[in-house]
Design a protein around this ligand. Structure first.
Ligand code: 6R9
Length: 650
């Protein structure tokens, strides 16, 4: 860390004076939340509308022989009613969703009343198609209001949504449909991003030829572009045809607080993607409360989270958190670089956005074009900025602050995970002084700790593995159909603690600095990917005998994907083969998994027991070949020289 990055940005007095939470309040509330979680959360739970208010607040075991997480377990509520119905009386005519299309000329606003009506109609349509409480529905959709409506309509009738990011391939989609056993898929003919069409319906068609997908009875198709698509009579149904004829009256199903709200797939260090199971009461409370306090959201403000609903950030901070708070949430269909790199700022001006929540990779992509990319907008409406998805390097933080925020807006660097449901470590902007690059301090009820590799808790300023010592309401309860894997992945590394998979440093002020994954998970442009997933895709190709995937530092994406490939005997390396393997992975997993670099390797560095030493491969990819460390345990140390010699510059 160089001198310039030690810069501290103190909370501004005028900000603190108007903020929900100032420093004094933060300290008092934090203390109460960890000293007496039962009473703290009993009180906080009142921010939701309960059909039956809970008496049981927290009932949790992190013991590896009995991981059991329950919050508000005797309470009943409906997440959709909390996001829509309860606002109708006071803010029925207020914009709930401002939608900005891919083309700047294309935007529209849905009031709470309109969103409620559309959602209720869709909920009735789902019922008419035989979707029942407890069924799963897979969503593979563009960033259009129907995506939010589909999530909420599921919640309304007690169905469990599984949103699959629209950039995933047919195979990846099929895998998730089969794992969740969805009888219904909701999609669109095409999505539009950056002026290009993405054939969502075609992808669904091809996904549904895969083994196991016979479970799908119907595909509901939103007409987004009117593009040419194939039609399977009896299976495919136009969204507007079935939704328009429904009544707009659909009573919200009372759900137990611990009934699942959604499943969301994410990558791990091993095996297939896992479906994290989130439940209703605790998740919604955590999403709503963090949205209000971390973004210091005030009534009437326009708030914009630029994530996709296919990721957890979109779930918690485009849909559930903001809508539970009666906020106006902006939903953007396109990309920040289309039609020009000024688009992000232009959207902020056009809709008078107060709060912008985006990713370091988006900031770095703009930064690469120089300060003038922001010249087409004033961004005077902005009051607060947020960052999520990966560590934000201090240079990008400073640029975000200076150029996008005109040196007027605090930045909340929010650390959390699909598994945590909502924000865990982040500044509260009226309470915590900022240090560029640090996610700073824990949110209410969150007890982070750093442990060494043996699980001993480390005190004071130190580096370590980040764990969370006690449960919080938004925590995932399990992995879909695989509780054992849930226990294995998160609760068996360090007994009695939730292991995040992240490395972290705590400084002398007790600030947390996330240093990145300590497992075999890559974070490319804020997207999580397991190295094992990409490797197993590659070795399925006839030309590939063996493959090892590592991340390397990438200026814009944070991490790039570097692949070492050993070819099958007799196969000749060539640029065409590199292209073919790149296409192979894109097709298998999706464009987000595209390799950045492929290096041919005659052999891979392995221990005598056959384990690939990724540490060495990571160093070579990063061009840190002087610090390779001990290579004496390798079965054949000579492969390392060969790899260094043939390193691909990146
Ligand atoms: C919300 C989300 C989770 C992983 C997480 C960590 C990284 C997220 C971060 C951050 C540093 C931040 N991460 N936010 N690292 N600073 N502010 O991104 O969920 O897709 O599950 O990724 O992302 O490594 O473990 P998810």
């Amino acid at each position: 860390m160089t001198e310039q990055h030690q810069h501290v940005y103190p909370v501004r007095e005028e900000f603190a004076a108007n903020a929900w939470i100032d420093n004094e309040k933060y300290l008092a509330m934090y203390q109460q939340s960890v000293d007496d979680p039962q009473s703290f959360w009993a009180e906080q739970a009142r921010r939701l509308d309960w059909v039956k208010p809970p008496n049981q607040i927290k009932n949790v075991s992190f013991a590896s022989n009995n991981v059991d997480i329950r919050w508000f377990e005797d309470g009943e509520l409906n997440a959709c009613a909390n996001c829509l119905d309860r606002h109708l009386e006071t803010r029925g005519e207020q914009p709930a969703i401002i939608w900005e299309g891919d083309e700047p000329s294309d935007s529209k606003t849905l009031t709470y009343r309109e969103l409620h009506e559309g959602t209720s109609r869709l909920a009735n349509a789902l019922k008419s198609l035989g979707v029942k409480k407890g069924d799963t529905v897979t969503l593979y959709m563009p960033m259009i209001p129907e995506a939010a409506m589909a999530m909420l309509a599921c919640a309304r009738i007690g169905a469990i949504h599984s949103v699959v990011f629209g950039g995933f391939s047919p195979d990846a989609l099929a895998q998730r449909v089969v794992d969740a056993q969805s009888k219904l898929v909701i999609t669109a003919d095409e999505s539009v991003r950056g002026g290009k069409q993405v054939p969502l319906k075609d992808n669904v068609d091809s996904a549904l030829t895969r083994e196991g997908t016979e479970v799908v009875d119907n595909v509901l198709v939103v007409k987004r572009t009117g593009g040419d698509i194939d039609w399977h009579d009896g299976r495919d149904i136009w969204y507007h045809e079935v939704v328009d004829k429904q009544s707009n009256d659909c009573p919200a199903e009372p759900m137990n607080a611990e009934d699942p709200l959604f499943v969301l797939y994410t990558s791990g260090s091993t095996g297939k993607p896992k479906g994290l199971k989130h439940t209703t009461g605790g998740y919604l409370l955590h999403a709503a409360m963090t949205h209000q306090y971390v973004f210091d959201y005030k009534d009437g403000e326009v708030y914009w989270c630029s994530a996709d609903v296919g990721w957890v950030t979109g779930h918690s901070y485009i849909v559930y958190g903001p809508l539970a708070n009666g906020a106006t949430t902006l939903m953007f269909e396109g990309v920040p670089s289309y039609p020009t790199h000024g688009r992000l700022g232009e959207i902020i001006d056009k809709h008078q956005v107060s709060i912008l929540y985006t990713s370091p990779t988006a900031v770095r992509a703009l930064m690469a074009h120089g300060d003038h990319v922001m010249d087409s907008s004033s961004r005077k409406s902005l009051r607060l900025l947020g960052s999520v998805g990966e560590p934000i390097n201090p240079e990008a933080w400073e640029w975000f602050y200076r150029v996008i925020g005109n040196e007027q807006c605090p930045i909340v660097d929010t650390w959390w995970q699909t598994e945590t449901g909502g924000i865990m470590i982040s500044p509260l902007p009226g309470a915590i002084d900022l240090k560029p690059g640090s996610a700073t301090r824990p949110f209410f009820g969150v007890r982070p700790a750093l442990v060494d590799n043996e699980g001993h808790i480390l005190e004071g300023a130190t580096d370590g593995n980040l764990v969370i010592l006690d449960s919080w309401p938004g925590q995932a309860r399990s992995i879909w159909n695989n509780h054992e894997r849930f226990v294995q992945t998160y609760f068996s590394t360090y007994e009695g603690m939730y292991f995040t998979g992240d490395g972290c440093r705590r400084d002398e002020d007790g600030y947390y600095w996330i240093t990145g994954r300590v497992d075999d998970v890559l974070n490319v442009s804020g997207h999580r990917m397991g190295t094992a997933e990409i490797e197993s895709s590659l070795v399925a190709h006839d030309a590939v005998a063996e493959a090892a995937v590592v991340g390397y530092p990438h200026d814009i994406k944070g991490q790039g994907i570097y692949i070492y490939v050993t070819l099958t005997d007799g196969v000749e390396p060539s640029d065409d083969l590199k292209k073919e393997l790149t296409q192979w992975v894109r097709k298998d997993i999706g464009p987000i998994a595209s390799p950045d670099v492929i290096q041919w390797a005659d052999g891979l560095p392995k221990t005598r027991s056959g384990k690939i030493m990724r540490r060495i491969l990571r160093k070579i990819a990063a061009n840190e070949v002087d610090g390779l460390g001990d290579t004496s345990t390798l079965a054949d140390p000579s492969v390392v020289e060969d790899l260094i010699e043939n390193r691909v510059n990146c």
